[in-house]
Design a protein around this ligand. Sequence first.
Ligand SMILES: Cc1cc2nc3c(=O)[nH]c(=O)nc-3n(C[C@H](O)[C@H](O)[C@H](O)COP(=O)(O)OP(=O)(O)OC[C@H]3O[C@@H](n4cnc5c(N)ncnc54)[C@H](O)[C@@H]3O)c2cc1C
Ligand SMILES: *[C@@H]1O[C@H](CO)[C@@H](O)[C@H](O)[C@H]1NC(C)=O
Ligand SMILES: *[C@@H]1O[C@H](CO)[C@@H](O)[C@H](O)[C@H]1NC(C)=O
Ligand SMILES: *[C@@H]1O[C@H](CO)[C@@H](O)[C@H](O)[C@H]1NC(C)=O
Ligand SMILES: *[C@@H]1O[C@H](CO)[C@@H](O)[C@H](O)[C@H]1NC(C)=O
Ligand SMILES: *[C@@H]1O[C@H](CO)[C@@H](O)[C@H](O)[C@H]1NC(C)=O
Ligand SMILES: *[C@@H]1O[C@H](CO)[C@@H](O)[C@H](O)[C@H]1NC(C)=O
Length: 505
Amino acid sequence: MADILRTARLTLFSFSLLVVVTSAASVSNTTGLQRAQTFLEYIDVCKEVASKISAASNVYFPLSNEYTADNYHWASSSTQISACSVEPGTAEDVGVILQILGETQTPFAVKGGGHTTNPGFSSTEGVQISMTRFNEVVYDASSSTVEIGAGLIWDDVYAALADVNVTVAGGRVSGIGIAGFTLGGGYSWHANQHGLTLDTVQAFELVLPNGTVTTATSAFNPDLFFGLRGCFNNFGVVTKFTLTTYAQEEVWGGFIVLAGDKLAAVAKATANFNANNTDPKAQIIVELSTLEGLPGATVNIFYDGPDQPQGIFDELLAIEALSTDISTRSFLSLILSSPANETAGLRTAFHTVSITELTPSLLDVIANETTFWGSNVETILSSGVFISYDIEPFLPSIFTHGSDSAYPPSRTQGLLPLNIYFAWLAPAADDYFLNAIRQSAATIQAAAIAEGQDVANAALYGNYAVIGTSIYRIYGDNVARLKAIKAQYDPDNVMGLAGGWKIPT
Ligand SMILES: Cc1cc2nc3c(=O)[nH]c(=O)nc-3n(C[C@H](O)[C@H](O)[C@H](O)COP(=O)(O)OP(=O)(O)OC[C@H]3O[C@@H](n4cnc5c(N)ncnc54)[C@H](O)[C@@H]3O)c2cc1C
Ligand SMILES: *[C@@H]1O[C@H](CO)[C@@H](O)[C@H](O)[C@H]1NC(C)=O
Ligand SMILES: *[C@@H]1O[C@H](CO)[C@@H](O)[C@H](O)[C@H]1NC(C)=O
Ligand SMILES: *[C@@H]1O[C@H](CO)[C@@H](O)[C@H](O)[C@H]1NC(C)=O
Ligand SMILES: *[C@@H]1O[C@H](CO)[C@@H](O)[C@H](O)[C@H]1NC(C)=O
Ligand SMILES: *[C@@H]1O[C@H](CO)[C@@H](O)[C@H](O)[C@H]1NC(C)=O
Ligand SMILES: *[C@@H]1O[C@H](CO)[C@@H](O)[C@H](O)[C@H]1NC(C)=O
């Protein structure tokens, strides 16, 4: 019986190898033979990893459920076919793995929640590291902090903390990983009150590229602490985050869907909200979109308290909606109620423009971009499904809550990160949409500058910026300091074998 199973498994494995090699070769410029050779080298590395990690960790190969889950990304364009996946179970094993990958110069990826929209940032054709086994939530009431494993998504953390009526400043919708979100910045429903999520980090536990497990706080390894707050995977692999917790009572809010003929009214109400709101507990996300060519809008409404506040949301709520789901509810219920997976599995790109003010005229430009790209014949022919612009009016004081960090490079001016979000079906259309999203961002930025906004060099948010964006646009004048930190902690550029926003050595 065991023999039969083993034969069956081997056959399946050879089959998957063939599938992997042929499909990888077909999308690349190198020959099939070269690809197969490289692939077999990676398999050898996978075997070496398997032989050196402890029983707490495992290596998985194509066709296993674990391999499939470890390679999964919210955007299918962010997935690659890796040679194997590894699920480390201890920080020490992460160290063992990084040393092998460094010595063999094997491309790899580190995945938290897999929500990056940039190809190759948490995916690879080499060794896919999935942090899923780092899944503990340990709350300490006495210090108002919580230790969170790097493999969790925010949903899990909110659920674990709900019993004790506290929360952390994390993702605003379901499914987002805590790791990439926090390491890049983190715009949460609590951002007006507490700053970016990286401003709420007390400590990181991380594995340096040479395999050493260490921690970074404002007092211990302060350079690393500065760099990790914004610079993703440049200095090692984070295994645990210690975040500040906040008391959380019930909240008021939810989700509204509006028809296309309300775009102008929504834009006007958004401009007024941005101009008038001073209450840090009130936040919105306004999304202007076209779904298969049909324009529409959605609004996420959040108030950090059980009762509807006076005035603040009245103009938005007065617009006739197609559907409304607003109530007093638990914080977790609010997070889960908003659609987050509608385009999951499609090819997707995000990009961003940093602006200082959402004027009515700039909102007109954004609304026009929505309908222009959404109804564009080429977009439709290229299988464009969803074209959207997420407007996020935070208070101008948003960056005043924290100390110096890799992102944002300057805290003197508050920036509103517009999130442009395109989703499509055909892989062949990737270039079309990447060009379109860059062009659209440039149009909106030019309009903001023409209005007198000082945003020509405003830092872009790394978790929204499209692949190909210069790291100087994200980290600005911090790049020099980040290079020095990189030289100290990763002199051999092991982390350069993983994709992402890369600080050169
Ligand atoms: C539906 C949706 C909603 C979103 N909403 C928001 C929002 O409200 N606010 C906001 O700020 N952003 C938002 N984002 C953007 C989000 O912050 C990024 O996609 C973020 O990178 C996701 O983190 P992740 O762990 O899921 O990503 P992953 O794809 O797993 O990782 C992203 C990057 O982080 C690195 N990384 C992951 N884990 C580790 C680790 N343990 N150590 C070192 N490096 C690591 C990866 O290598 C990769 O470069 C949203 C994205 C989506 C798709
Ligand atoms: C593919 O290879 C050919 C021949 O070596 C080369 O001319 C071409 O530029 C390559 N294309 C890409 C996209 O790298
Ligand atoms: C949490 O809040 C609820 C609702 O206000 C309350 O009933 C419950 O006792 C609280 N739990 C704790 C542990 O404080
Ligand atoms: C969305 O998808 C993620 C997987 O990426 C899953 O964990 C989450 O539960 C889903 N959320 C909802 C509301 O369905
Ligand atoms: C909000 O701002 C607009 C434009 O400045 C103004 O017309 C409107 O009266 C303001 N609303 C409130 C409630 O202050
Ligand atoms: C709408 O946007 C398109 C593309 O950026 C531009 O060519 C066009 O002039 C804009 N129209 C208006 C009315 O602004
Ligand atoms: C790993 O790098 C750190 C930081 O540079 C250094 O302190 C440590 O001694 C190194 N460990 C080994 C085993 O080389």
